[in-house]
Design a protein around this ligand. Structure first.
Ligand code: ZN
Length: 288
């Protein structure tokens, strides 16, 4: 989930400057359509990818005989370009659906309850691309850099899916592979590139790319085996701590997790405000 968000740190979304004008001239936009919302959901997109997105939205609008592209088509096009085609026809067993609902509810709950995350945009259990479900956050503005507290909260959100699965099924599925890959990338970057490990300090351990004939042929790294072991330990510590944080949040709010999962099974897609409402209502009930 939210994989391209990671590219924030180095790439700026240039929707508003470079590419919007020439494309928008050919595509009529409904006045209510807010391109900035789409731009915030497409960090790191190239001009060509954004052009593709607008094209896709225009096709969707044309197919429904609409005179202009509305927010609905833009969002659908963004999700398609970013994650792949919606696969409503995918035959999922009831068990898979239930596991997916709890998994996504886990991400959504941790997202809403932690302070330094981006606001939850929507969560869905309609399969799309290779994903059985998606939890999507949307930064409030363009993000050019991330603080350590943001990355640590992101890591905890990433862990939330698997933890929720453990609670509902007392077992774990292969559905967290993408989350695990992303968490490893974030933690490794924190240690090796961003100087965010107090233990390993302000040193670049990622190495430098080596080129031959214009192609990257490898990476040169200059550190000892002892340091390699320290890096591995530090990456594992960061991930283990994020896991423990997410687990305690989810265990303390099990009723809310269940309420979100049940709502997902009933409605398939919830927007951020709806999840917030479920969480607040459940909090209110708990205090009565
Ligand atoms: Zn997940």
């Amino acid at each position: 989930f939210f994989s391209s968000r990671r590219r924030h740190t180095r790439f700026k979304c240039d929707w508003s400057s470079a590419c919007a004008l020439p494309i928008s001239r050919n595509v009529k936009l409904d006045p209510s359509a807010d391109l900035s919302v789409i731009a915030r959901g497409t960090p790191g997109f190239s001009g060509a990818e954004l052009a593709n997105l607008l094209n896709e939205a225009a096709l969707l609008a044309a197919r429904q005989n609409k005179k202009a592209v509305t927010m609905k088509e833009l969002e659908e096009a963004r999700d398609k370009v970013r994650w792949g085609r919606e696969r409503r026809s995918l035959a999922m067993s009831d068990e898979e659906k239930r596991d997916t609902a709890w998994h996504e509810a886990g991400h959504a709950l941790v997202n809403v309850l932690l302070e330094h995350t981006h606001p939850l945009h929507k969560v869905t259990i309609i399969p799309r691309g290779r994903a059985l479900g998606l939890t999507m956050m949307l930064p409030e503005k363009d993000i050019h850099s991330q603080r350590r507290k943001n990355l640590l909260d992101d890591l905890a959100v990433t862990m939330g899916g698997r933890i929720a699965e453990e609670i509902v099924a007392q077992d774990i599925s292969s559905g967290a592979a993408g989350d695990i890959q992303m968490a490893t990338q974030i933690a490794r970057a924190m240690v090796c590139q961003l100087g965010m490990s107090d233990k390993l300090g302000m040193i670049n351990y990622a190495g430098e790319s080596e080129y031959f004939g214009g192609r990257e042929i490898g990476r040169r790294t200059d550190y000892s085996e002892a340091t390699a072991r320290e890096i591995d330990d530090e990456v594992k510590r960061i991930i283990d701590e994020a896991y423990a944080r997410a687990k305690s949040i989810i265990e303390a709010n099990r009723d809310k997790l269940e309420a979100i999962a049940k709502a997902l099974l009933e409605y398939e897609t919830l927007d951020g405000a709806q999840v917030e409402e479920i969480v607040r209502t459940e909090i209110g009930r708990a205090h009565v």
